[in-house]
Design a protein around this ligand. Structure first.
Ligand code: MG
Length: 367
């Protein structure tokens, strides 16, 4: 089987809440997503999606996905999409770095492998654990009262894990964490994600200011070293995200006892192949994970669901259902949240079919 054509589509994904805001005054109101289609000489076609969290979150941007695909895709025509390791090695030979560019192609090839072998991707990634898995809800940054109201509303919809977007003024962030903690019930879990937004002195004040609150602290500072410094000053469970984008970074952080949990975003590692490698390493090392991506719609959510559902539940801290945040559906068959939980499709591959009316005309065709 050979790859004969790689096509990219651009889709705007507006938000039900209107906008999503996080540290440093950053916000997005319409996400710019790229859907990748990989076609073969045997009639199989697979799909993937890459959607950066704006151009100012990770070193990734939406137009960069398309520019990178134009550079990379000609090197992949003729390769066997089922041979994921060979394909990834070829992608790394053809384009150094730019993991996020490669993610959509890798996901699409897993979709093809699943269709050819007539298995859902989660089975190929190791197997399905239980009926479903746990989700968290990201709470866009607002006033303490707004964020507490938002948590109460999503709690009533079934979510039990919440990730607050903090990383602003330290005193207000302490108020945000306290206001939200007051509306939670025993068994709920709360994460304060600063998304690199605090300087070390501010992070130190926040962790001390919420010392009596049951809250996880996620990626307080920009640098790994500053995060490690705060980690060593607090007893709160600690999550790293932005600074962990490779196996090397994961091993360094584990060696430093720098985290209790890590956020595995599929495109941050470069696709399901490498995210799965990180996931399996975390299981071996005893590190819990949030499994998600930077953002996305139905196809990203389907990819997340297969990686999350094939992760041992005691290691899956949370996962994300981005398709319930956005107003546009790009694929049929995508998983849907139910009372704060989700299940991967039992159909072959990712279990999705693109909605062509939502995708429109391709913006890139390589054959
Ligand atoms: Mg995070």
């Amino acid at each position: 089987m050979r790859i004969t054509r790689i096509t990219a589509y651009q889709v705007d994904l507006p938000l039900h809440e209107g906008r999503y805001a996080w540290s440093g005054g950053k916000s997005v109101s319409v996400f710019d997503s790229t859907i990748v289609r990989v076609e073969t000489d045997e009639g199989y076609a697979g799909h993937g999606e890459v959607c950066p969290l704006g151009p100012f979150y990770l070193p990734a941007y939406a137009a960069g996905v398309r520019a990178g695909l134009a550079e990379l895709a000609p090197h992949l025509i003729g390769l066997d999409p089922r041979q994921l390791a060979v394909l990834n090695e070829q992608m790394d030979r053809a384009l150094k770095g730019h993991a996020y560019v490669k993610s959509g192609i890798d996901i699409a090839c897993w979709d093809i492998l699943g269709q050819v072998s007539r298995q859902p991707v989660c089975v190929l990634l190791g197997g399905r654990y239980g009926d479903d898995f746990v989700l968290y809800r990201a709470i866009s940054q607002g006033t303490p009262a707004e964020m507490a109201d938002s948590v109460a509303r999503y709690r009533s919809e079934g979510y039990r894990r919440f990730q607050l977007k903090v990383g602003a003024d330290a005193d207000t962030d302490i108020e945000r964490i306290r206001a939200v903690a007051a509306v939670l019930r025993p068994g709920d879990k709360l994460v304060a994600d600063a998304n690199t937004g605090w300087l070390a002195h501010e992070a130190a004040r926040v962790v001390r200011g919420v010392e009596d609150v049951d809250v996880y602290i996620e990626q307080p500072c920009l640098s790994y070293e500053a995060c490690l410094s705060i980690r060593r000053r607090t007893t709160h469970p600690f999550v790293l995200d932005e600074t962990i984008d490779s196996i090397e970074a994961l091993l360094t952080a584990h060696g430093d006892d720098a985290m209790d949990a890590v956020n595995i975003k599929i495109s941050k590692f470069g696709g399901l192949t490498k995210a799965r490698q990180a996931r399996d390493l975390c299981v071996s090392l005893g590190i819990a994970m949030t499994i998600e991506d930077s953002w996305g719609g139905d196809i990203t959510t389907a990819a997340i669901s297969h990686l999350a559902h094939s992760t041992p539940p005691e290691f899956l801290f949370t996962a994300t259902d981005f398709n319930s945040y956005v107003t546009v559906s790009t694929a049929e068959g995508a998983p849907q949240r139910n009372r704060g939980r989700m299940a991967a499709s039992t159909a072959a591959g990712l279990g999705i079919a693109p909605r062509w009316d939502a995708l429109g005309e391709p913006v890139l065709v390589i054959e």
